[in-house]
Design a protein around this ligand. Structure first.
Ligand SMILES: Cc1ncc(C[n+]2csc(CCOP(=O)(O)OP(=O)(O)O)c2C)c(N)n1
Ligand SMILES: [Mg+2]
Length: 378
């Protein structure tokens, strides 16, 4: 018997609304993510942000719907497209923006950048740059919860492209075998970089991809915050109470390119327009207005508040200092003779040819160390 529950998402109008203050919070959080991402893109164009930048504009309902289904003590882990995941967990926008700017007040003290958001205190266990690399780590969190005997669940988000990685099958197998309380949420935004779903995955109905490993699947409308929240809440309940992993496919779309460097030659403007007509902020606003949850002009106030938070975040990030050059080797925890090469040598502490007390590690690192100590350019 198939494990997967076949489900036709009801229209947004047929979902019950949460309490008014909760509904407003969901809209405000989606607005914050949208405005944050737009401004991050602008700051990238102005060269305030280095490295890569992947925006999640269009995917806000998926992020907020699943993020708000979590308890505070649950773990969330995501990919390189994760500014919104930090924001939905409550990480202040100013610290997320400072991370993009590479400043000391960033969530990873400016050392990670866009792809490496992290907020352990809020159990946002990070952004990961390796496609599919976060799945086994999520299973590890769930295994830890299980061994500690807590009721915490883990939610792991990744893309449609990541579902082709070897880590996907390996993790599904172990998670099912060990009865781990983890929900895998595949954000199917229709593309892995410039490759359409049907051109990269033999099975395009992603919710069934865990079946052969014993992982039941579910599907939700990732453009509808109400549907995503309802389905992920049920998946988390199954994971927590029945001690089993669940795979949820959220059908969504990114309105912008894969990253800031994407010429977008693989899709038509018409297709983007069709999906933009289902903009999750507009449809949810319309629903809240139709039900009288928002009074006239309130949606504009919520949006203006989001813009103000983002304005302040940019000002904060710009005023935050860059990390001090002499802190370059802080947090590099493989030292001495463990790995050979420039980064294996602690140049900040040693007086001699290598790290204090450590055996010599070879000519190249020693030369680099000497050069750095002499104040020369490496
Ligand atoms: C192991 C690995 N292979 C390739 C890449 C390059 N890469 C970065 S994002 C990406 C596409 C992933 O697409 P998907 O999983 O659908 O996520 P999306 O970007 O659509 O959110 C690829 C191939 C990588 N980061 N890691
Ligand atoms: Mg994708």
């Amino acid at each position: 018997m198939p494990l997967t529950t076949r489900y036709a998402a009801p229209a947004m109008a047929d979902h019950p609304l949460p309490a008014a203050d909760v509904a407003r919070d969901w809209l405000a959080t989606m607005a914050l993510i949208r405005r944050f991402e737009e401004r991050a893109g602008e700051m990238y164009a102005k060269a305030k942000v280095g490295g890569f930048l992947h925006l999640a504009i269009g995917e806000e309902a998926t992020i907020v719907g699943c993020g708000r289904a979590l308890r505070d003590s649950d773990y969330l882990i995501s990919t390189y497209r994760s500014h919104g995941h930090a924001l939905v967990r409550g990480t202040p926008a100013q610290n997320v923006m400072a991370e993009l700017f590479g400043r000391v007040d960033g969530v990873s003290r400016g050392r990670g950048g866009s792809m490496h958001m992290f907020d352990g205190a809020r159990r946002f266990m990070g952004g990961y740059g390796i496609v599919g690399g976060n799945l086994p780590i999520a299973a590890g969190f769930a295994l830890a919860s299980d061994m500690l005997g807590t009721q915490d669940a883990t939610l792991c988000t990744f893309g449609d492209g990541a579902s082709n990685q070897g880590t996907f099958g390996e993790t599904m197998n172990l998670a099912a075998l060990w009865h781990l309380p983890v929900v895998f949420l595949v954000s199917n935004n229709q593309f892995g970089m410039g490759t359409a779903l049907a051109r990269h995955s033999a099975v395009t109905d992603l919710q069934v991809k865990g079946e052969g490993f014993g992982v039941p699947g579910m599907e939700c409308d990732g453009m509808d915050v109400l549907d995503t929240h309802a389905v992920v809440t049920e998946a988390l309940r199954m994971a927590r109470e029945q001690r089993r992993p669940v795979l949820v496919e959220a059908i969504t779309y990114r309105f912008r390119g894969h990253s800031m460097a994407d010429p977008e030659e693989y899709r038509t403007k018409d297709q983007v327009q069709e999906w933009r007509a289902r903009d999750p902020l507009l449809t949810f606003t319309a629903r809240l207005e139709a039900d009288g949850v928002l009074r006239d002009g309130e949606a504009a106030e919520i949006d203006a508040a989001a813009v103000a938070v983002v304005d302040a975040a940019v000002a904060f990030a710009d005023a935050s200092p860059h990390p001090a050059p002499e802190s370059l080797y802080d947090d590099v925890y493989v030292l001495g003779d463990q790995v050979q090469g420039l980064y294996s040598v602690d140049t900040t502490k040693s007086a001699g040819p290598g790290p204090a007390g450590a055996p010599e590690t070879g000519a190249v690192p020693q030369q680099m160390t000497a050069a750095l100590e002499a104040g020369e350019e490496a």
